[in-house]
Structures are given as structure tokens and as C-alpha cells.
Design a binder for this molecule. Structure first.
Ligand code: SF4
Ligand code: SF4
Length: 115
């Protein structure tokens, strides 16, 4: 059995929060409640002045990788609605191979997830 996960190429995350809305709509989570994904804004002071804004998508304990959609041959709702195309569902072993090719990326895995 393979483990599955979500690759987040967060260098290109705009912080638009569309993924959060898509997750809430898909799983009927009330407004104001935490969804399966949360965007955290990190501010980093740069040497010599200036500020870098990093939008970091974090999967919460509520993410179950859209198991019913996957079983139905669909992609996760957050991936489908991310206009920046930075979220990618797949086998963990395949996703981690893509990380070294990216500047800022992380793979979240859900152990025991099976299709
Ligand atoms: S939809 Fe994509 S670009 Fe927008 S906040 Fe979510 S991960 Fe970032
Ligand atoms: S994979 Fe599904 S459950 Fe997880 S954050 Fe994305 S939309 Fe929500």
C-alpha cells in the first residue's frame, strides 16, 4: 500500500484563500470554522531592509485528502480550485522526488490513505 500526499509548491502561493473556501464548500464546513487547509502569512525582514511575504498553506488535522473524491476519480477540491496550480495530489514517493526541483516546496503525507 502506498502513502499519498499533497505537494505544496508554496513559492507561488498568492494567499488568495480559494483553497480554504473550496475545502469548506466541499466538506460543508461552516464559515469561521477551520478547514482542511489554512494559509499562514509569514513576514520575513530582509537584510538591508524590505520585507518578504511568504504565504504558507498548511494542512490541518481535518484534511483527509478528499478521499471520496479520489475514489471517484477526481482530484482534491483545493487542488482543482487553486488558480496558481501549486497543489498536487499523488503518491508520496513520487511527490518527494519533485521537491529538490523547487525553490520552496513541502510534501504533506497521510499515512494509511489508500485508494
Ligand atoms: S488557492 Fe492556491 S494560491 Fe490561493 S491561497 Fe490556496 S494554495 Fe495559495
Ligand atoms: S485535500 Fe481535500 S480535505 Fe484536504 S485540504 Fe484539500 S480540499 Fe480539504
Amino acid at each position: 500500500m502506498s502513502d499519498y500526499g499533497l505537494l505544496v509548491d508554496y513559492e507561488y502561493c498568492t494567499g488568495c484563500h480559494t483553497c480554504e473556501v473550496a475545502c469548506k464548500q466541499e466538506h460543508r464546513i461552516e464559515a469561521g470554522k477551520t478547514s482542511g487547509i489554512k494559509i499562514v502569512e509569514l513576514l520575513q525582514e530582509l537584510p538591508g531592509g524590505g520585507l518578504d511575504i511568504i504565504n504558507m498553506p498548511i494542512l490541518t488535522h481535518l484534511c483527509y485528502l478528499c478521499a471520496p473524491r479520489i475514489k471517484n476519480g477526481q482530484l482534491p477540491a483545493c487542488q482543482v480550485h487553486c488558480m496558481a496550480d501549486i497543489l498536487k495530489f499523488g503518491k508520496s514517493e513520487d511527490l518527494v522526488k519533485e521537491v529538490p526541483k523547487k525553490r520552496k516546496a513541502i510534501v504533506y503525507t497521510l499515512s494509511g490513505f489508500s485508494i
